[in-house]
Design a protein around this ligand. Structure first.
Ligand code: ZN
Length: 253
């Protein structure tokens, strides 16, 4: 079985479609794992929800998904994100709201924990440092963990040392360098992986980011694909969404 791992689609239909087309060329996937923030920031929230629903998939909720349906206060967002969130809420019909309401904050599949932010704080915590990754390992009951939220792709490998209360105690984690298109075999270490963002990358590369996990050889592979950024920016301008949110797509920041 092959699983496509997508995070932070953020209402960017062109990026989502480009990822699905790119994925098909790589051999496709049996199921899509979505790590939350389907909506927010971008101009096509309803269409992105509907395209996701057409795929065999598991999805969890991100902070923007919850904000769009009033489950977290907008005071926790910066002014641009809050403005986009208010706009997003107006675009959603009852069926879209029901779908977002149905999403859990946590899922498990094939030995992976799926969360948006982190295992101990799925909605808000950013896993950006090795210290934060190590601190979270005791909060997952699967060998590996998949996160989104930071919009920055990474792979951390954590070696274990002994067992305490049924879970391995961690000696230390290190970030692994990787090349696009090159499989990373998940060995007996514990891996924490962020596939990067589909709809609003923030690592300096504007291309949409995603990963594929192949359970037959236990390997994960990262991919990037270009998409029509200007088409998305035109839609965002027409919708009156904050200009900073559309400009940042050009730079991947
Ligand atoms: Zn996000």
């Amino acid at each position: 079985m092959r699983y496509a791992i997508l995070a932070d689609i953020h209402s960017n239909l062109e990026a989502f479609q480009a990822v699905l087309a790119h994925l098909a060329v790589q051999g496709g996937a049996d199921q899509l794992w979505c790590l939350g923030d389907i909506v927010g920031y971008g101009p096509d929230p309803a269409a992105c929800i509907e395209l996701l629903q057409q795929q065999p998939h598991i999805s969890i909720a991100g902070n923007h998904d919850w904000a769009a349906i009033g489950k977290v206060p907008l005071a926790q967002f910066n002014p641009d994100a809050a403005a986009a969130c208010r706009w997003t809420a107006l675009q959603l019909e009852t069926r879209h709201v029901r779908y977002l309401e149905s999403l859990p904050l946590h899922a498990e599949a094939e030995g992976f924990t799926l969360v948006h932010g982190s295992p101990r704080e799925p909605t808000w915590e950013y896993l950006l440092t090795l210290d934060a990754i190590e601190a979270n390992l005791g909060h997952q009951t699967t060998p590996h963990c998949l996160v989104g939220h930071s919009h920055v792709p990474f792979v951390a490998a954590c070696s274990t040392q002994g067992i305490a209360q049924g879970l391995p105690t961690i000696s230390h984690c290190e970030e692994l360098e990787f090349d696009l298109g090159e499989p990373i075999v998940l060995n007996d270490q514990r891996f924490v992986i962020n596939p990067g963002a589909v709809g609003q990358p923030r690592d300096g590369d504007p291309k949409a980011s995603y990963a594929v996990y192949d359970a037959t050889n236990g390997a994960i592979t990262f991919f990037r694909t270009s998409y029509d950024i200007e088409a998305v920016q035109r839609k965002m301008r027409a919708a009156g969404l904050p200009s900073r949110l559309s400009q940042r797509l050009s730079y991947g920041l």
